[in-house]
Design a protein around this ligand. Structure first.
Ligand code: ACO
Length: 163
């Protein structure tokens, strides 16, 4: 589309209702609004939105919400600093434009600066678009969790080493 630009920025407090709406439209895993506000307060630089700008109008097209945890490595027994991608989604009409890729790329750059050792996520074993996206960033399956989702579907844990 002409005059269309895409960029990523940190979420603002007033964006949260739109982010909740995108989450509800795109995913069956829906969280309370307070869960989003919690991540905004605690990890503001890891909670990002993808913006599509057409002429002078800006649309929030997607989001990614990540946090930092401490625990055992997904690759072994050492204790490490881990990034956790809690949720990512892009509205249907804005998909395949590289928005999710930009969100993940920016998050990885920020995690790397914070000396985070690895970045992981859970994904439905049948979510082929998302699995394909994560493979592009060198995530590999490090575990499979039976019946992880409320409808009984299994999850893959996918992880990428950052340092
Ligand atoms: N089919 C196959 N591969 C796909 C598809 C698809 N429909 N969509 C994306 N990909 C893969 C491709 O490898 C693509 O690269 P390419 O376009 O060069 O072929 C790559 O992902 C990057 O695509 P982007 O354009 O960056 O991804 P997009 O902005 O469209 O968002 C997303 C991808 C987030 C998976 C989107 O389809 C979506 O919102 N799906 C519903 C919500 C969802 O499943 N979220 C992930 C749940 S797991 C979690 O949150 C941790």
């Amino acid at each position: 589309m002409e005059n269309e630009t895409i960029f990523v920025r940190e979420v603002k407090r007033e964006d949260i209702p739109t982010v909740v709406e995108i989450n509800r439209r795109a995913l069956p895993e829906n969280y309370s609004i307070d869960y989003f506000y919690y991540h905004l307060e605690e990890f503001p630089d890891l909670f990002l939105v993808g913006i599509v700008k057409r002429d002078d109008l800006e649309y929030i097209a997607g989001y990614s919400m990540s946090r930092i945890e401490f625990g055992f490595s997904n690759f072994g027994l050492s204790l490490v600093k881990k990034g956790h991608l809690i949720s990512i989604a892009v509205l249907d009409q804005f998909r395949r434009k590289g928005i999710a890729s930009s969100l993940i790329k920016t998050t990885i750059e920020r995690l790397t600066k914070k000396k985070v050792n690895e970045f992981y996520l859970e994904v439905r074993v049948t979510n082929y678009p998302a699995i394909s996206l994560y493979k592009k960033f060198n995530f590999v399956v490090t575990n499979k969790i039976p019946s992880y989702y409320s409808d009984g579907e299994d999850a893959y844990v996918m992880t990428v080493k950052l340092r």
